[in-house]
Structure formats: structure tokens, C-alpha cells
Design a binder for this molecule. Structure first.
Ligand code: A3P
Length: 272
């Protein structure tokens, strides 16, 4: 339940701002907003309204834990405070810093097919650049340079899940990182949310009537507290068609990384 809207007025009696007991660490474009909004249906969840970027931006981290705590929503003692910042997953320093704050924190990582994620990442940047009147490029020109995959393209780097996961596993045991299947969350949100309730030791409160499929949006939307709402229009955008041989090149390259990732997390996913 989101109570951060009350920040300007006086906080509800009996509430406090608390450091998060759980963090959605990413991945960017994995469905992090959907996951946070859907978890927020739960009465024992207090979700931070905005992305905080505390552990991945040095200038924020330098402001200290009190600055961070002040950005958290007011919560009751029985609630779990959760924030989401997708940049944490790919940040070199975030794992160590989060562990220094709370080494027993519960981490949520939502992943989707890494090839699909690259295209989604491109699409987000594409629209941001259009809005800011900056030039845009075709995705193929970013993905491939002189016939070879452009490894410096950030969208590809962020999809190397094994590389980033290794860094997290240096600081956290695997059982402290629950992976949400972002592709499954799109198809049918409830089972994925029930697994998260279980992981967070929350009583099961999220039910099927909390979701309804919106044909126009083409995604599930949320029904909670007598209100119906879909995610922002920037979530669930159509993706561009990608040249097939470029797409195959990307898939082939990511396949090896995916296999390594499956070994690391002792679980497989239906990625192409
Ligand atoms: P696309 O816009 O590429 O489809 P994030 O919030 O981490 O940026 O992730 C955005 C992605 O969340 C969207 O990527 C979309 O596929 C996915 N998503 C999952 N469930 C959704 C939902 N119910 N409504 C809208 N988007 C959803």
C-alpha cells in the first residue's frame, strides 16, 4: 500500500520511515515497475514511489543512510518497505554497499528473455531521445559494427546476466536473491506474485481478482482498493522489427551467457 503520497501532510499515526527490508534490484526493462506496483497491492507492503538510485550513484550514496531512509514511504511496524532501482543489478558497487547496510536483506530480481530486454532497452532510449530532440539510430546500427556485435553497446552489456549475477553472488547467498520470471509475470501475474509473497514471508493476500486483462493495453492491469489502473503508457510499448540475421547473431551470443547464468542460479528459463 503506497502511503508516500501523504509525505506532504502529516504522517499517519504509528508510522515511520524505515530502511528497506527488500529491494527490487533490476533488471532494467525486466518488468520492475509492474512487480513493484503489483506487490504494493499487499497490505503489508510499503513501496517507495520513485527510483532512489542510492547504491548505484556515488553522489547519492555519499549522502548516507539517513538521507536514504528519508526517501522511504511511511510504514507500519508490520509492513515491509520495498524500493526498486533497476540500475542496481548492473552496478559494480551496489552488492557490496547493500550488504554493508543489511547483509540479510531479501533481494528481488526480475528478468526476462535477455534478447527481448535488449530491444526493450533500445526502445526506451529511442523514445527518450525523440522527446529530447536528439538524433536516433536504427537498432541494427547500434547492435552491429563492421559485421560484429558491438560489445560496448550498453543494452547488450546489461543483458549479460551471468556477469552481473557473479558479482551479487560474491556478496549474497543464492537463497537471498529471488528471481521473478518477467515473461511469466506478463502472461499471468498471480503465480509469480504468490512466489514473492512466500519468499518475503508475507501472508498470501494478493488474489486473482486483483488483476484484469486490458485488451487495449495488451497487458494485465491492477484492481485494488476499489480502483482500476494500468501501468504508464511507457510500459508495454511495441518493439521495432529487428533484421533477422542481426537478431540471430545477438541470440547466439547471449545463449552462452544464459547457460552460464542457469548454472549460477541452478535454474533454467525459456529464453530463445
Ligand atoms: P516493454 O515496454 O518493452 O514491453 P521496467 O518497468 O523494468 O522498465 O519494465 C518494463 C516492461 O515491463 C515492459 O517492457 C513490459 O513488457 C513489462 N511489463 C510486465 N508486466 C506489465 C504490465 N502489466 N503492464 C505493462 N508492462 C508490463
Amino acid at each position: 500500500v503506497n502511503m508516500s503520497e501523504d509525505a506532504s501532510t502529516s504522517p499517519p499515526p504509528g508510522t515511520n520511515k524505515r530502511l528497506p527490508q527488500s529491494i527490487i534490484i533490476g533488471v532494467r526493462k525486466g518488468g520492475t515497475r509492474a512487480l513493484l506496483e503489483m506487490l504494493d497491492i499487499h497490505p503489508e507492503v510499503a513501496a517507495a514511489a520513485t527510483e532512489v538510485h542510492f547504491f548505484d550513484w556515488d553522489e547519492n550514496y555519499g549522502k548516507g543512510f539517513e538521507w536514504y531512509r528519508d526517501l522511504m514511504p511511511y510504514s507500519y511496524p508490520d509492513q515491509i518497505t520495498i524500493e526498486k532501482t533497476p540500475g542496481y543489478f548492473t552496478s559494480a558497487l551496489a552488492p557490496e554497499r547493500i550488504s554493508a547496510m543489511n547483509s540479510s536483506i531479501k533481494l528481488l530480481l526480475i528478468l526476462r528473455d535477455p534478447t527481448e530486454r535488449v530491444i526493450s532497452d533500445y526502445t526506451q532510449v529511442y523514445f527518450n531521445r525523440l522527446e529530447n530532440h536528439k538524433p536516433v539510430q536504427a537498432i541494427e546500427n547500434l547492435l552491429v559494427r563492421n559485421g560484429v556485435l558491438n560489445m560496448r553497446y550498453k543494452a547488450i552489456q546489461r543483458s549479460l546476466y551471468d556477469v552481473h549475477m557473479r558479482n551479487w553472488l560474491r556478496h549474497f547467498p543464492l537463497d537471498q536473491i529471488h528471481i521473478v520470471d518477467g515473461d511469466a509475470l506478463i502472461r499471468d501475474p498471480l503465480p509469480e506474485l504468490q512466489k514473492v509473497e512466500d519468499f518475503l514471508n508475507l501472508p498470501p493476500r494478493i488474489v486473482s481478482s486483483n488483476f484484469y486483462f486490458n485488451q487495449t493495453k495488451g497487458f494485465y492491469c491492477i484492481r485494488s482498493d476499489g480502483r482500476e489502473r494500468c501501468l504508464h503508457e511507457s510500459k508495454g510499448r511495441p518493439h521495432p522489427m529487428v533484421n533477422n540475421s542481426v537478431l540471430q547473431q545477438l541470440r547466439a551470443f547471449l545463449r552462452e551467457h544464459n547457460r552460464t547464468f542457469f548454472r549460477l542460479v541452478r535454474r533454467t528459463f525459456n529464453w530463445q
